[in-house]
Ligand binder design. Structure first.
Ligand code: DQA
Length: 145
């Protein structure tokens, strides 16, 4: 079972970035937590971050045949990127959308996710635990495939 975790723009700044919204946990801490839980669940993970839309598109395209499930926090690209949406639809790798904050409880421009219709589901608002819930959902998706 191989799961690809993708993180979009500005998530490299977690820990210092708007901590009242995103908390004090860094992306490295989140990755360590996900790795620990993945070991318990006997899943293999790859964990990546990019500020570049095209790089994320490339990683989604390359996931086909290499990963069973993608878990993505597309950050601001969630709300803007038709390219990410099309890449997810094109590869057909089951994908789970996650967010730290509850995007539906924030500004109106965050209520719309362009990737949601091509994802299996959305986990939003549980802080860094959204990543662990995303991992568990990824394993469920694979098992029930
Ligand atoms: C986010 C929510 C997005 O609206 C925002 O642009 C982010 C982070 C989250 O994890 O809560 O960068 O994806």
């Amino acid at each position: 079972m191989k799961i690809l975790f993708l993180n979009g723009p500005n998530l490299n700044l977690l820990g210092q970035r708007e901590p009242e919204i995103y908390g004090h946990t860094t992306l490295a801490d989140i990755e360590a937590n996900v790795r620990e839980r993945a070991d318990e669940l006997k899943a293999e993970i790859d964990f990546r971050q990019s500020n570049l839309e095209g790089e994320l598109v490339g990683w989604i395209q390359q996931a086909k045949g290499k990963f069973d499930v993608i878990v993505i926090n597309a950050a601001a690209y969630t709300h803007t990127s038709i390219a990410l949406r099309d890449a997810i639809a094109a590869t057909g790798v089951p994908t789970i959308e996650i967010h730290l904050s509850n995007v539906h409880a924030r500004e109106e421009f965050r209520h719309k996710s362009l990737i949601a219709p091509v994802c299996r589901g959305q986990i939003t608002g549980f802080g860094h635990k959204s990543y662990i819930l995303g991992l568990e959902a990824a394993i469920d998706v694979k098992v029930s495939k």
